[in-house]
Design a protein around this ligand. Structure first.
Ligand SMILES: Cc1cc2nc3c(=O)[nH]c(=O)nc-3n(C[C@H](O)[C@H](O)[C@H](O)COP(=O)(O)OP(=O)(O)OC[C@H]3O[C@@H](n4cnc5c(N)ncnc54)[C@H](O)[C@@H]3O)c2cc1C
Length: 98
């Protein structure tokens, strides 16, 4: 099984994970994404908070709801080093040779 690890479940990481899950077969590729927060922040929405157009709950949502099925999501900081990332997500089955 090949393994793809994506660091950061923000806009870029979420789009990449969903795109790769669509393009890579589940039987061949395991996809794992790691983020320190379980919340997804819709950053453009920050601009509307001071003017009362959005409230906090409009721009902060559980990140889990944005992932398609078949993606392992791990919550925890990826600092300070890549080996510690691999260690922190070892329970998901990801291993690293670094
Ligand atoms: C006020 C504002 C308005 C904006 N308006 C627009 C707009 O109108 N149009 C537009 O196209 N763009 C806009 N942007 C920019 C857009 O939001 C960003 O370009 C986009 O979110 C960047 O995506 P990203 O995935 O690179 O980073 P982010 O979305 O910031 O994601 C980074 C992720 O990495 C995680 N992370 C960071 N460090 C660690 C760590 N050590 N361990 C684990 N996880 C970690 C964070 O928790 C986060 O989830 C705006 C940004 C702001 C702040």
């Amino acid at each position: 099984m090949k393994k793809l690890l994506i660091l950061g479940a923000g806009t870029a990481g979420t789009m990449m994970a969903n795109k790769m899950r669509k393009d890579l077969t589940s039987s061949e590729w395991e996809i794992t994404i790691i983020d320190k927060s379980e919340d997804h922040l819709y950053q453009p929405g920050f601009l509307f908070i001071p003017f009362g157009y959005y409230k906090k709950s409009d721009i902060i949502k559980p990140s889990q709801k944005f992932f398609t099925s078949g993606i392992n999501v791990v919550y925890g900081s990826s600092e300070p080093s890549i080996p510690s990332i691999a260690e922190s997500i070892s329970s998901s089955g990801f291993t690293s040779s670094t």
